[in-house]
Write a protein that binds this ligand. Structure first.
Ligand SMILES: *Cc1c(COP(=O)(O)O)cnc(C)c1O
Length: 396
């Protein structure tokens, strides 16, 4: 019976267990009560994580903080942008991204996103011509925008690029790690990302001034910056000149994250194989389209996105969503689920929202499905067959 695959839908929501190695370290921390990153003179778990993460990505500096959103906010502050600076973001991203820009007293400028979920370069060019001070590029759901074109435009306009690589750990672009192409790269350790600490984030940069400023503002008050390697001159200059936002990571989070780093290569390889297998099955349907990666991109997906083809009405798309649900598979059309935080028209805190017809059209037919690395081939077959059948039934 098992050979025929699961008889009930696979659970795509449960996390992988945290590696056993975390237990001893957490026990040690609980016994000593040493939870604050700056108490130990050296070798605190957060400091070790920063060294390991910088090494993993090949970056000079890493700063672990409370969330990726905090990392994005600190990156904007560390760039010393003027109040009211115009910061480009893809119109397809998570609501916390424009929120970080608002929090940093800057103004988000939404860029159109194509049906392949990536920044529309022609619209980015047009918005640069209207005036931009920085770009914050979210590689949403791990889909990398054309970083060659973006960096070329950024260099020509002399504006910095922050990469929101929250969901892109393990992705490469022309052989380079995503998050290391722009001036700063930010990653998330929230539970739905490739490394799960419940909450947490980290930023990487090669720029000593940006690193020093971000470290101080993250809450390295008094002489605590001396516990970050290699930046003594920059720190001395900035101490007490910058506000403290106190959004540090604590040692327990680092103890949960560090033993997952050796798991990363497996999660990336399995996640990509799972994704590509399901993509092949879905693309055999005339009603479904999984956009291919860009040629420079090697992805690290833990979910799959696909577009509904020939679904002329929202009612049809909703009927498809229901048909998946009846088969036990939780597919969500981004723009058709009430209040979705990835649909830009729900970002009411921005006030006047622009109309972005291309992004809107994509969101109204783009589907989202979790596909964690731990799924087995029978799980993947179950999911793909359910989606395939739901599309066929709806289009009838
Ligand atoms: C998850 C996510 C964030 C936010 O990360 P947090 O660590 O929860 O703040 C930002 N951008 C993208 C693209 C994400 O996927």
């Amino acid at each position: 019976m098992a050979a025929d695959g699961p008889i009930s839908p696979p659970n795509v929501y449960d996390a992988e267990p945290i590696p056993e190695a975390a237990r001893d370290e957490i026990d040690r921390l609980l016994t000593s009560g040493d939870l604050f990153r700056y108490t130990a003179p050296e070798g605190a778990p957060v400091a070790l994580l920063e060294a390991e993460f910088a090494d993993l990505l090949g970056s000079r500096y890493a700063l672990a903080v409370a969330s990726c959103s905090a990392a994005l906010f600190l990156s904007l502050k560390a760039l010393d942008l003027p109040r009211g600076a115009r910061v480009a973001i893809p119109a397809f991203t998570f609501a916390a991204v424009p929120s970080a820009i608002v929090h940093a007293d800057c103004v988000p400028v939404l860029i159109e996103v194509g049906s392949n979920y990536r920044v529309d370069i022609a619209d980015l060019k047009a918005k640069i011509a209207e005036g931009l001070d920085a770009m914050l590029i979210s590689h949403m759901r791990g889909h990398t925008s054309d970083m060659d074109a973006i960096m070329e435009l950024a260099e020509a306009a002399a504006i910095p690029v922050i990469e929101d690589a929250a969901h892109s750990l393990g992705t490469t672009w022309a052989g380079r790690n995503i998050g290391t192409i722009g001036k700063v790269g930010c990653f998330s350790f929230q539970s739905y990302k490739l490394i799960n600490a419940g909450e947490g984030g980290i930023l990487v940069t090669d720029d000593p001034e940006v690193a020093a400023r971000a470290i101080i503002m993250s809450g390295a008050y008094e002489q605590n910056w001396k516990k970050h390697p290699g930046l003594q001159n920059s720190f001395g200059h900035w101490q007490n000149k910058l506000p403290l936002y106190n959004t540090r990571m604590q040692n327990l989070s680092a103890a949960v994250i560090r033993p997952q780093i050796p798991e990363l290569a497996r999660r990336v390889a399995d996640g990509r194989a799972n994704h590509d297998y399901v993509a092949g099955l879905l693309n055999a349907s005339p009603w479904l389209d999984v956009p291919p990666p860009l040629p420079q991109e090697v992805r690290a997906p833990d979910s799959i996105q696909f577009n509904l083809v020939g679904f002329d009405t929202d009612a049809e798309a909703l009927a498809f969503q229901d048909a998946c649900k009846r088969r036990g598979v939780g597919v969500q059309v981004f723009g058709l689920s009430e209040g979705n935080a990835r649909a830009y028209w729900n970002w009411q805190f921005l006030g006047d929202l622009p109309d972005l017809p291309q992004t809107r059209a994509m969101l109204m037919r783009a589907c989202d499905m979790r596909l964690p690395a731990r799924l087995t081939k029978p799980d993947l077959d179950f999911i793909a067959q359910a989606i395939f059948a739901a599309a066929a039934e709806t289009k009838g």
